[in-house]
Ligand binder design. Structure first.
Ligand code: C5P
Length: 232
């Protein structure tokens, strides 16, 4: 598995997304399609982007009873994406069912990655509202270990957590890390951030980069800068 930069295509329409991708003449960046675009355009936007030759991370964060997730993953497996995800909070049974559903008759499947605790959930809310009394880092690591035990390929985590996840779950366990910014650019609403160079040093496998590329004056140059810093 090679390191790569995944562009978060957080656009409201297929038209906008395809116009953005048109700028990358001759290049086929790995792209992330999230709920907003998927719910607006349906599965056809995934097929369209795939047909253009891009790798796709379908970020739909499934979380339901095991049987429902298994069946939904079986449907998603036909879309031929390269990576998809779910919430580790759905339990090991749900994650195992998801893997089963995602695996095609020939044994192939996309990478399956777990979301541990969303970065929007802080420790206080976790304690007060979810009644989870362990610390936030402990919860994140425990969920990562559950994902590993269920047979998943890795987790979404902060780049600053990637090294510890690798220590606990093995270096082959994939870390997908958002929250990446150039040293000289705006943080937007991200707080625990790092640069592409630092993410590489810490050991992320994939960085997910949105606004520093999508909102750049020259998105292709910003993407190249990320690649250079992260992949070398
Ligand atoms: O624009 P920006 O680089 O902040 O985009 C990061 C992407 O990663 C967004 O699509 C965001 O939803 C996603 N993400 C995140 N933090 C997480 C999980 C996902 O920023 N913990």
């Amino acid at each position: 598995m090679g390191r790569d930069v995944i562009i978060a295509c957080d656009f409201a329409s297929g038209e906008e997304t395809l116009a953005f991708l048109d700028r990358f003449t001759g290049k086929k960046p790995f792209v992330k399609i999230g709920m907003e675009l998927f719910y607006a355009e349906g599965p056809q936007i995934v097929r369209q982007i795939k047909a253009r030759g891009h790798k796709i991370f379908l970020d739909l964060k499934l979380h339901d009873i095991p049987n429902t997730v298994k069946k939904a993953m079986a449907v998603l497996s036909h879309l031929d994406v390269d990576m998809c995800n779910l919430h580790a909070a759905g339990t090991k049974a749900m994650m195992e069912a998801a893997l089963e559903g995602l695996t095609r008759p020939d044994g192939t499947r996309p990478l399956l990655i777990a979301v541990t605790q969303l970065t929007s959930t802080d420790e206080q809310r976790m304690k007060d509202e979810l009644l989870i009394s362990a610390s936030l880092p402990e919860t994140v690591m425990h969920y990562a270990e559950n994902a590993k035990a269920a047979g998943l390929d890795g987790v979404v985590c902060s780049p600053l957590e990637a090294a510890i996840v690798k220590e606990r779950c093995g270096k082959e366990f994939v870390t997908v890390t958002p929250g990446v910014r150039f040293a000289d650019s705006a943080k937007d609403d991200q707080s625990r951030i790092t640069t592409p160079e630092k993410a590489r040093e810490i050991g992320s496998d994939y960085i997910v980069v949105g606004r520093p590329i999508t909102q750049a004056e020259d998105p292709v140059a910003a993407y190249e800068r990320c690649l250079k810093g992260f992949v070398g």
